[in-house]
Design a protein. Structure first.
Length: 374
């Protein structure tokens, strides 16, 4: 019979979902600037808000001169599909995958685009493939952080400075949470719903000058859906990166994202947000180091994600599910089950919108719930 004492302190915010992720501390819908609602996104008020999204994102992230930022449809997935459909095929492709979403890009490249000159570098959950195999003459497609495995790339040293190919990086759970070496990245995608706790359905696409050159000099051999088209007459449709979106965005979601960006600036910028995420991870690291029945899915500490923290337990699949349901029933942790294709376990979001005090408060509950189901 269990001898654990039920914890008395509870997380003030039990939202630990890995997407959509927790709203920023103090978030109130009533704080949003809703002057754009009911107005055309093509009107001056709408265009101004959308351009501010692009400008403020670039400024806060510290993007190099010449990099462009655009709002595109269909979340991070839409941004990645736009990039792959528009730019791949000009060179051989190296694609690196070690979890569900990276594996999805492999499928799209090989089975949808049907590219022939593709080399796959794969690894199991918890591990990284050999990134040193990346060929400087090839286009490289990879995720910066494996959202469903909790494994990130430790750095970009493996990316050549004098590469002729493009690097296309799905960074949806790492932008605004990890140090991104922008000069090494030609195409970067992310979504508002991850690290900034924004709303879904909108993607962000960042292009280097080299990526723009590819768009303006290469025409893919397949039909291009309108929603993916970024060029006209061989030239970049520059308006996409100044707020003239391809399709109609939700201006309420835009207002929500601008609120998140304003909060990031108010706490000290991206470095402060990264520090918050790292402190959240540190709370879990301390707990794991003192409890033998719980482990990180990541096998190498250098690759341990500080956003989508994935854990395995010394429990059967049924008992793991029971633990997750127990924590939800107690109102102390919502949506912390491992991704459906990943090994059984927990996935606790530790991005900067989460308070470290809430992560710390959750840890004793993990021990109590483990004892209850075991």
């Amino acid at each position: 019979m269990s001898t654990s004492v039920k914890p008395s302190a509870r997380p003030a915010n039990p939202n630990f979902s890995s997407g959509p992720c927790s709203k920023r501390p103090g978030y109130q819908v009533s704080d949003l600037d809703i002057a754009t609602l009911g107005r055309s996104h093509r009107a001056a008020v709408g265009k101004t808000a959308l351009e501010k999204v692009c400008v403020d994102t670039a400024r806060l992230l510290g993007l190099p001169a010449g990099y462009r930022v655009g709002v595109v449809p269909a979340s991070d997935t839409g941004a990645m599909e736009m990039a792959m459909w528009s730019m791949l095929g000009a060179k051989p492709v190296d694609v690196f995958a070690w979890e569900s979403f990276g594996a999805g890009w492999v499928t799209d490249i090989k089975k949808q685009l049907k590219l022939d000159n593709v080399t796959e570098y794969l690894a199991d959950y918890g591990l990284l493939p050999d990134l040193q195999q990346a060929n400087r003459e090839h286009d490289v497609v990879f995720t910066w952080n494996g959202t469903t495995s909790g494994v990130k790339v430790p750095n970009a040293d493996w990316i050549s400075d004098d590469r002729s190919g493009l690097t296309i990086c799905d960074a949806t759970s790492s932008v605004f949470a990890m140090d991104m070496p922008w000069e090494k990245l030609d195409v970067v995608t992310f979504s508002w719903q991850k690290v900034l706790g924004g709303e879904g359905a909108h993607g962000m696409l960042i292009l280097s000058p080299k990526a723009v050159e590819r768009l303006e000099t290469y025409t893919p051999p397949w039909p291009m859906p309108k929603i993916f088209r970024m060029t006209k007459g061989g030239k970049l449709i520059d308006g996409i990166f100044k707020g003239a979106t391809i399709n109609t965005p939700s201006m309420l979601c835009v207002a929500d994202y601008l609120d998140a960006l304003s909060w990031v600036e108010s706490i000290g910028g991206v470095n402060a947000l990264i520090a918050r995420s790292q402190q959240n991870l540190a709370e879990i690291e301390t707990f794991v180091s003192t409890h033998s029945w719980i482990q990180f899915l990541a096998q190498d500490a250098a690759t341990l994600s500080n956003t989508s923290v994935c854990l395995t337990l010394d429990l059967s699949a049924d008992k793991t599910k029971a633990l997750i349901k127990l924590l939800e029933a107690e109102g102390v942790a919502y949506d912390i089950g491992a991704y459906r294709d990943a090994p059984d376990g927990l996935r606790i979001w530790c991005g900067g919108t989460v308070e470290s005090s809430d992560v710390a408060a959750l840890m004793p509950w993990l021990a109590w719930a483990y004892d209850q189901v075991n």
